[in-house]
Design a protein around this ligand. Structure first.
Ligand code: NAD
Length: 477
C-alpha cells in the first residue's frame, strides 16, 4: 500500500511535521503502509482552501453539482475492485462485503446528486398582494466531518455526497486505521473534476484535529460518526460555538423475536446480520429478546449458525467473517465477554480469540445474562450476540428501552397488533420488521436519545447542510 497523504487544495502532500502513523492489516497484524499526520499549519491550509473554495462551489449551479456527483459515482463503480481490496486489507471485512459497501456508497452519491436538484425553497402567499415572500435554501458553509473505520467508504460517501450536493466545501478527517480507501474516494472526486479545495482530507490525532476544526470560525457545520462519548464531547463543542451538528453514534439494538415467527428463517437471517463486518456495525443486532415458546429452538439454530461461520482473511473467497479492526478492539470485546462470564453468563459458543495471528475473535453467543453485566449496557461493537428470554411484550419493550441508546431495532412477528405496539413504544430511530431493511440512501438513517440526532438518509441528509433564508419584498416601493 502506498503512503497515504493529506489531500489539501487538490494536492496530495505529506504532513508538514513529517510524522506518519502505521497502517496495520488486521488479518495478519503486519504493517501495510503509513498515513500522514496533519499539523496545525496543515489544518490552517485546509481551512483557508475550504473557505476560498466555498465561495466558488456554493455558486455552482445545482445541475453542475449533480453532474459532477454522478460522474464520481460512475468512477467509483468502475474502480470497485481496487477500492474493495483496500477496504479488506486495512479494515478486515470479506471482499464480498467490501463490494457491497462500495455499492451502497455509489447509491448514496447518486441519491445526493439527484437531491442536489431538489433543494427547493418556497413561495409563501403574502398578506399584502403586492408583497413577494420566498424562503431560500443556501449551503451552510464549510463542513468538518469525522468518519470511522467500520465503513470507511460508505460513511464518508454519506457526508461527502450530502455536503457537496448542498454546495458546501468540506474538510474530512477519516479514520487513521482505514485511510487508503478514504483517500481513493477523494481521488475519485478529483478525477471527476471537483475544483481544488472543495474537498480536503486530513488525518492525525483525532482529538487535536476536532479540537481545532470544530470551534474554528471558518467551519459552519459538524458531522460525526463514532462512539457516544466522543459524539457527546463534539456535540458540546459544536453547541458552544452555535454550530449545527449531525451525530450518528452507537447503539445496542434490541431484536424482538416472538413465538409466532418462522424460527428457522429468522435465526438464519439474524446470524448473517449479527456477524456481518464482525459485528462492527452501529445498527448491529445485539440484544436478542426471544419469547419463551421458541427460545430453545432459536438458541439452538442461532448457535449452529454462528459455529458454521468460516473465519479468515477477507481476501480469501470462502471467508464469511474477517478479523475485528484492531488489537485494541479485540481486547475491549474480550473484556466484555470475560466480565459477563465472571458474573454468570453462559458462553454458548466462541468467547475467545481465534488464531494467534491477526485480530480474529470467534463468533460468540451468550445466554443467562443480567443487567449488572457490562455487555448488557455497553455497545459491544464486535461479533457478540446476547440472547435473553421474555414472556410478555411489555417485559420485552421495557428491556429494549432500558438503555439510553436509540438507534436501530429489529422485530419478527406475524401479529400486526404486536408490531403496532412495538412501533408505538420502542425508543429507536429505526425499526425493521420481518426483514432487513435499514440503510438505503433514500430512507431515514439516524438515532434518538444517546444515539445522536439528524439523518444521513432521505432528503434530510442533504437538508442538514442547508440553512434557510426568508426574504420578503415590496417590488412597488
Ligand atoms: P473511539 O471512540 O476511540 O473512535 C471512534 C471513531 O471516532 C474513530 O474513527 C476515531 O478516529 C474517532 N474519534 C475518536 N476521538 C475523536 C475525537 N476527539 N474527535 C474526532 N474523532 C474522534 O472508538 P473505537 O475504539 O475506535 O471504536 C469503538 C467504539 O466506537 C464502538 O463502541 C462504537 O460505539 C463506536 N463506533 C461507532 C461507529 C458508528 O458507525 N456509529 C463507527 C465506529 C466506531
Amino acid at each position: 500500500m502506498y503512503p497515504i497523504r493529506l489531500f489539501i487544495n487538490g494536492e496530495w502532500r505529506d504532513g508538514s511535521g513529517g510524522e506518519t502513523i502505521d497502517i496495520v492489516n488486521p488479518a495478519t497484524g503486519g504493517v501495510v503502509g503509513t498515513v500522514a499526520v496533519a499539523t496545525r499549519a496543515d489544518l490552517d491550509d485546509a481551512l483557508a482552501c475550504a473557505e476560498k473554495a466555498f465561495s466558488e462551489w456554493s455558486g455552482t449551479s445545482a445541475f453542475d453539482r449533480y453532474k459532477l456527483l454522478r460522474k464520481a459515482a460512475d468512477l467509483l463503480r468502475a474502480r470497485t475492485e481496487d477500492v474493495a481490496r483496500l477496504i479488506t486489507i486495512e479494515q478486515g471485512k470479506p471482499l464480498g462485503e467490501a463490494r457491497l459497501e462500495i455499492g451502497l456508497a455509489i447509491d448514496v452519491i447518486d441519491w445526493c446528486a439527484e437531491e442536489a436538484r431538489r433543494t427547493y425553497g418556497r413561495v409563501i402567499p403574502a398578506r399584502l398582494s403586492k408583497v413577494r415572500q420566498v424562503l431560500l435554501h443556501e449551503p451552510v458553509g464549510p463542513v468538518a466531518a469525522f468518519t470511522p473505520w467500520n465503513f470507511p467508504v460508505s460513511q464518508l460517501a454519506r457526508k461527502l455526497g450530502a455536503a457537496l450536493a448542498a454546495g458546501c466545501s468540506i474538510i474530512a478527517k477519516a479514520s487513521e486505521e482505514t485511510p487508503a480507501s478514504a483517500a481513493a474516494i477523494f481521488q475519485i472526486f478529483a478525477d471527476a473534476g471537483l475544483p481544488a479545495g472543495v474537498a480536503n482530507l486530513v488525518f492525525g490525532v483525532p482529538a487535536d484535529i476536532s479540537g481545532y476544526l470544530v470551534p474554528h470560525p471558518v467551519i459552519r457545520k459538524i458531522s460525526f460518526t463514532g462512539s457516544v462519548p466522543v459524539g457527546k464531547h463534539l456535540a458540546g463543542l459544536a453547541g458552544s460555538h452555535m454550530k449545527p451538528a449531525t451525530m450518528e453514534l452507537g447503539g445496542h439494538a434490541p431484536v424482538f423475536v416472538f413465538d409466532d415467527t418462522d424460527v428457522e428463517k429468522t435465526a438464519a437471517t439474524m446470524t448473517m446480520s449479527k456477524f456481518r463486518n464482525a459485528g462492527q456495525v452501529c445498527v448491529s443486532p445485539t440484544r436478542f429478546l426471544v419469547q419463551d415458546g421458541i427460545y430453545d429452538e432459536f438458541v439452538e439454530r442461532f448457535v449452529a449458525g454462528a459455529k458454521a461461520i468460516r473465519i479468515g482473511n477477507g481476501l480469501d473467497a470462502d471467508t464469511v467473517m474477517g478479523p475485528v479492526v484492531s488489537e485494541r478492539r479485540l481486547t475491549a470485546i474480550d473484556a466484555l465477554v470475560q466480565d459477563a462470564a465472571d458474573k454468570g453468563a453462559r458462553v454458548l459458543t466462541g468467547g475467545r480469540r481465534h488464531s494467534n495471528q491477526g485480530s480474529f475473535y470467534e463468533p460468540t453467543v451468550l445466554a443467562d445474562l443480567s443487567t449488572e453485566m457490562r455487555i448488557m449496557n455497553e455497545e459491544p461493537f464486535g461479533p457478540l450476540a446476547l440472547i435473553c428470554r421474555f414472556s410478555d411484550i411489555e417485559e420485552a419493550i421495557s428491556e429494549a428501552n432500558r438503555l439510553p441508546y436509540g438507534l436501530a431495532s429489529y422485530a419478527f412477528s406475524r401479529s400486526q397488533k404486536r408490531v403496532d405496539a412495538l412501533m408505538q413504544n420502542v425508543k429507536a430511530g429505526m425499526m425493521t420488521v420481518n426483514h432487513l431493511g435499514i440503510g438505503q440512501p433514500e430512507t431515514h438513517f439516524g438515532g434518538v436519545r444517546d444515539s445522536g440526532y439528524g439523518s444521513e438518509g432521505g432528503p434530510e441528509a442533504v437538508e442538514a447542510y442547508l440553512v434557510s433564508k426568508f426574504v420578503t419584498i415590496d417590488p412597488t416601493a
